[in-house]
Design a protein around this ligand. Structure first.
Ligand SMILES: Nc1nc2c(ncn2[C@@H]2O[C@H](COP(=O)(O)OP(=O)(O)OP(=O)(O)O)[C@@H](O)[C@H]2O)c(=O)[nH]1
Ligand SMILES: [Mg+2]
Length: 297
């Protein structure tokens, strides 16, 4: 199965939830724009982004004198693609070591995403190590260990209740000593409005900055695609505390309406880097704006 086919298959449910974003075309009149707006909002694109998109479409239709369904459809897809292109969607992990910190609220798919990502990077020839900085429950490190074994990569862990920043410190030392290319740190799920947990995240960030000042760092915020607009609120707060460099949107194989991807990229101006389309080790796709729009619409 080709890459495009695979995204399409992964997103097939999401696509069904959205229905057809583009209304039945009877010409570009007010009714058309209204229906388009309505469909976008139902697809979780969000009010602000929807309005901006439709406004831009009106402008292009007028300026380029677009009339045919196909022309308008193409212009619409172009606008969505441009909205999704808000920065480099590939991982910046050129240095040895480089580090990826994975954060987000409870149950969004952080640990699973790390397992999938470790497998991809390892298959691409990188030496990968996982760091179990979710010390909140013993089971969390066990879960990460299972993924490390599946992906065939190394793992650093400590006892339950250990200081997460200290585990990250250990991870960095081990990664350096063993010549690891990429250290991926799992963290405990936390609510974005819980101040003490958020400050713990700040502490982890500071350890990373201090220990690896000249290394490439990614902070990936994992958002559950099925939670809709609430994801935006979470992202704003995580961005402030930990300087998010990329978004991973998970569970797009389920009841998610894919419009949230567009809303997040547009509202936060943070690139979406991966999308999760299932629970299996291969169900993580590098994000490409054009392919995504084509697969979805
Ligand atoms: N369908 C689907 N399920 C997913 C995806 N990603 C993760 N999951 C499932 O979501 C559930 C939670 O995943 P975890 O990886 O444990 O989430 P987490 O963010 O690490 O959770 P905490 O550590 O408890 O905060 C599991 O049942 C995963 O199998 C996805 O892309 N699609
Ligand atoms: Mg976890």
């Amino acid at each position: 199965m080709g890459f495009f086919e695979k995204i399409k298959q992964g997103l097939s449910k999401t696509k069904k939830n959205i229905g057809n974003l583009f209304p039945v075309f009877r010409g570009v009149d007010e009714e058309f724009y209204e229906e388009l707006e309505e469909r976008m909002i139902l697809a979780d694109v969000g009010m602000e982004t929807t309005e901006r998109t439709v406004e831009e479409l009106r402008r292009r239709v007028k300026e380029q004198k677009l009339r045919e369904a196909e022309e308008v459809h193409e212009a619409f897809k172009d606008i969505l693609t441009e909205m999704l292109e808000v920065g480099d969607s590939s991982l910046q992990i050129g240095t040895r070591p480089s580090i990826i910190l994975v954060i987000g609220v409870n149950g969004v798919g952080k640990t699973t995403t790390i397992g999938k990502l470790a497998n991809q990077l390892s298959e691409a020839g990188k030496r990968v190590m996982l760091c179990a900085a979710d010390t909140f429950r013993a089971a969390a490190a066990d879960q990460l260990e299972i993924w490390a074994n599946r992906a065939g990569v190394e793992l650093v862990r400590q006892h339950e209740g250990a200081d997460p920043a200290a585990v990250v410190y250990d991870g960095v030392s081990a990664a350096r000593a063993r010549g690891v290319d990429v250290l991926i740190c799992d963290t405990a799920g936390r609510l974005h409005n819980k101040a003490n947990l958020m400050s713990e995240l700040g502490k982890i960030s500071r350890v990373i900055d201090r220990e690896l000042p000249d290394c490439d760092k990614e902070v990936l915020l994992v958002l559950d695609g099925t939670t809709g607009q609430n994801g935006l609120l979470q992202a704003k707060q995580f961005k402030e505390i930990a300087g998010v460099t990329g978004i991973v949107l998970t569970k797009l194989d389920g009841t998610a309406k894919g419009g949230i991807v567009i809303a997040v990229a547009d509202a936060l101006q943070i690139p979406v880097k991966y999308i999760g389309v299932g629970e299996g080790i291969d169900d993580l796709m590098p994000f490409q704006a054009r392919d995504f729009v084509e697969a979805l619409i």
